[in-house]
Ligand binder design. Structure first.
Ligand code: DGJ
Length: 638
């Protein structure tokens, strides 16, 4: 036994949980019977590496009577992906004799510093290897950092409880460890009924230390001064980044040891997971334009291409959850809330990607520019977004819809479609509607003849049967309560405005084309007095370009174009950003916020927000001036 451990055990540090010091910022009580909540938890599939015996199955984790139950079962299960010739080690195994489950909050609930508490009853039978882990969001294992708040397994056949941290070395997949392994017998000596009870595992984590406790007894203390990765891990400290939580039951393998089938099935039960953080003494006082924007957990807000609504005293911000390695949807659409537009609380995933490969919103699909509106007739929150099907690039060009009773979700996915199939736009003259364009025009892009044909509706006619393409989009509710869907259509060349049905879930069939061939993306709209103003971008992928501004006396037009509304450094690039939404501030007249994204295509999770006040010149024309930092609550009072 290590001397340090003896010291800890003898002194038996007791740290009562002080409710004043810590603020509960997230809890999962597993209160709804049935499958685990997919807006919080993702499943791990497949065999456990180096383990011939086990197969993770999502159905082995479920909620019952306020508990998460992860079952370990002894049952031969066929590998649905079995392929003896495959290079993938998982596919070469034709069956598993044991099944269990592993769930994690990756991308959905991640935390930087604070206190994590998990109350659980662990299985101690042969083969059992239950764990409460955290892993860092960035880099591969172990340079991402692993914290074992709890592990139970056999070392040389002797059961132990472990509390560890691991980080990166210069050898791939080799970790440096600061471990504490306590013979399980020690716990049984103190309480012979230990196994039948729930126990409290806790981690206290700040910029200096990770401290791991079991039933308030300190088991391991790791100084963050020791935990720097080697060169392979960029010399970074993996414990200074957000971590996600894993609850896992493995069976057998090197650590679990040979299971005895007669002891199975076994259960790992978790009563709750709670996360606390120190009450932040310093609230944000300003929006720092284009800088990192920490949420209530100190993590940069992850809600890109988004929109904001106001409901019953709170603003709700919805956006794309972006990852570091891809722009496709890995998590779904997130939601944050605020009462002051500066300090935002993470409310979780409002619409989660699906794990089901048959689903249109499967992980890896594209879910962009989500917007939510509230329908006061149906009392529902309706979410629309741009959907592209997994593996099909940007060819599907559909809108997707989802619905919820609460602003924070979870939203239920309804489906996707092109817009208004079989219907001509109101402003496409009758004489253009039956035109047939020869190959020589339609396939010779950007020739004067092709441009003219686009203007006259060639690409609109191409999609009449299937419905109009719908990519970058926004939603708008007019002062008379009518809803509109504004989207880049016709291969992004032409904007459309389409009226929404009364329930805001589909279209009425009435729509117009705007600026055919104008190549407008990222539409954002607001209404001041009787004038509708729209700001868009050009189409240059993730690169910024010059904003465009339009106005009209009616949503149906006529729309006319104005000069670039931006003033200041990089005004010709919309301050290196792209519009996404225009948010009216509640209770203030003519106070609007222009919301834009500063994309970072190689690390989208780091994309920034450019929020600026919309100002009006003497003639009442809107303009956007670069401001380094500002507070929307005082700015408009000037
Ligand atoms: C620009 C659009 O505005 C974004 O929403 C996104 O679709 C990118 N193009 C993809 O390149």
């Amino acid at each position: 036994m290590k001397r340090t451990f003896l010291f800890f055990l003898l002194t038996s540090f007791l740290f009562p949980v002080s409710s004043q010091e810590w603020e509960l910022i997230w809890e999962e009580n597993f209160d709804v019977d049935g499958v685990v909540d997919s807006t919080v938890w993702s499943n791990e599939y497949g065999f456990v590496r180096n383990n011939e015996l086990q197969w993770y199955q999502p159905q082995n984790a479920y909620c019952k009577n306020g508990l998460l139950i992860i079952e370990g079962k002894h049952k031969k299960v066929k590998n649905p992906h079995y392929d003896v010739n495959s290079n993938d080690w998982r596919k070469k195994r034709d069956y598993a004799s044991y099944t269990s489950s592993s769930i994690n909050t990756r991308g959905k609930q991640e935390f930087l510093y604070g206190r994590i508490e998990v109350k659980a009853k662990i299985p101690t039978q042969t083969g059992a290897w239950p764990a409460i882990w955290t892993l860092g969001r960035e880099m591969e294992w172990p340079s991402n950092g692993e914290i074992d708040i709890m592990e139970y397994y056999r070392i040389n056949g002797i059961p132990h409880i472990l509390a560890n941290a691991a980080w990166g070395t210069n050898q791939r997949y080799h970790a440096k460890w600061k471990s504490q392994a306590i013979p399980f017998q020690k716990f049984l000596e103190k309480d012979p009924n230990w196994t039948d009870k729930f126990h409290l595992w806790r981690m206290d984590w700040d910029e200096d230390y990770i401290r791991l406790y079991l039933d308030n007894e300190l088991l391991n203390e790791i100084s963050l001064k020791e935990t720097l990765n080697d060169k392979l891990g960029n010399y970074k400290n993996p414990f200074k980044q957000p971590h996600y939580i894993l609850l896992n039951l493995a069976i057998g393998g090197d650590n679990g040891g040979e299971p005895n089938p007669e002891e199975y099935p076994i259960q790992y039960q978790v009563d709750y997971v709670k996360v606390y953080q120190k009450k932040s003494p310093t609230k944000l006082t300003k929006i720092e334009t284009g800088e990192l924007w920490p949420d209530n957990r100190g993590i940069h807000i992850n809600a890109h291409g988004g929109g904001v609504i106001f409901h019953e005293g709170k603003y709700y911000w919805y956006g794309e959850h972006k990852s570091s390695h891809t722009s496709s949807a890995q998590v779904g659409i997130t939601c944050y809330s605020s009462t002051d537009l500066v300090n935002w609380t993470y409310e979780g995933v409002a619409l989660a990607v699906s794990d089901n490969s048959e689903s249109e919103i499967v992980k890896g699909s594209v879910m962009e520019r989500p917007k939510v509106i509230y329908n006061s007739k149906t009392n529902k929150f309706v979410l629309w977004f741009h959907l592209e099907l997994k593996g099909k690039g940007y060819s599907a060009a559909r809108y997707g819809t989802a619905i919820s009773d609460k602003p924070t979700g979870p939203f239920k996915y309804i489906g996707s479609s092109r817009v208004n199939p079989g219907i001509y736009p109101e402003n496409l003259p009758k004489s253009y509607r039956n035109k047939v364009y020869p190959e020589s025009i339609s396939s010779n892009w950007w020739t004067p003849k092709w441009r003219k044909a686009v203007e006259q509706g060639m690409l609109n006619l191409k999609d009449i049967k299937e419905g109009q393409m719908s990519r970058d989009m926004t939603l708008f509710i007019d002062t008379d309560g009518k809803g509109y869907h504004i989207y880049s259509s016709e291969e992004n060349l032409t904007l459309h405005i389409a009226e929404l049905s009364e329930d805001f879930l589909s279209h009425t069939g009435r729509y117009i084309r705007l600026f055919p061939g104008g190549h407008n993306e990222a539409p954002a709209i607001f209404k001041k007095d009787k004038t509708y103003w729209m700001i868009t971008s050009g189409c240059t992928g993730w690169d910024p370009n010059e904003a465009r501004m339009f106005s009209a006396p009616s949503i149906w037009g006529p729309w006319k174009q104005h000069d670039n509304p931006c003033i200041g450094p990089k005004a010709e690039l919309t301050f290196e950003s792209q519009s996404t939404y225009i948010l009216p501030i509640q209770g203030k007249k003519d106070a609007f916020i222009f919301m834009a994204d500063r994309w970072k295509p190689h690390n989208q999770i780091d994309s920034r927000y450019v929020w600026l006040p919309i100002q009006f010149d003497k003639k009442g024309k809107p303009f956007l001036e670069w401001i380094v930092s500002w507070n929307p609550n005082s700015f408009f009072d000037k």
